[in-house]
Design a protein around this ligand. Structure first.
Ligand code: TYD
Length: 130
């Protein structure tokens, strides 16, 4: 499933969400990065990966993420810290309409490797149709 709702472990002290690699996140997490200081009119992403899988969570604020597998394009709104969105390898992704307080946490299945990026949309379409 692409969107997952995680259990919130809250009490009078506040909220806590725990994500376990390979259990709540559908791969072994090798890298974590987060995006913040964004602006509503400036999109990010606009690429795909050959192998890297990603799991995106708006831990603060909100943004939209459009995932495109070449046949179907779906836009998801991430606006709760307990919601995770899975982006598989060879799926084109764009993040947009960030709220100014958005902190988008991304868990990735691989270390950073520029060679794993597909930044040209036509190259992406050629790769998935091949
Ligand atoms: P970029 O891929 O442009 O971000 P986005 O996908 O959100 O549009 O990444 C911005 C810069 O950060 C770019 O110079 C590459 C670098 N970077 C790393 O060094 N490690 C990472 O894990 C990521 C995601 C990016």
């Amino acid at each position: 499933m692409t969107i997952k709702y995680h259990k919130i472990l809250g009490d009078h002290r506040g909220q806590l969400i725990a994500l376990e690699s390979g259990v709540d996140v559908p791969f072994e997490v090798k890298r974590v990065f987060y995006i913040y200081g964004t602006q509503p009119e400036i999109p990010r992403g606009q690429h795909s990966h050959y192998e890297t899988q990603q799991y995106l969570i708006a831990v603060s604020g909100s943004c939209k993420v459009t995932l495109d597998n070449g046949d179907e394009k779906i836009t998801y709104e991430l606006n709760q810290p307990n919601v995770g969105l899975f982006q598989d390898a060879l799926v084109w992704g764009e993040m947009h309409e960030f709220s100014e307080d958005c902190v988008l946490l991304v868990l990735a299945s691989g270390h950073y490797d520029d060679a794993d990026y597909i930044r040209d949309y036509d190259t992406f379409l050629e790769k998935i149709k091949s």
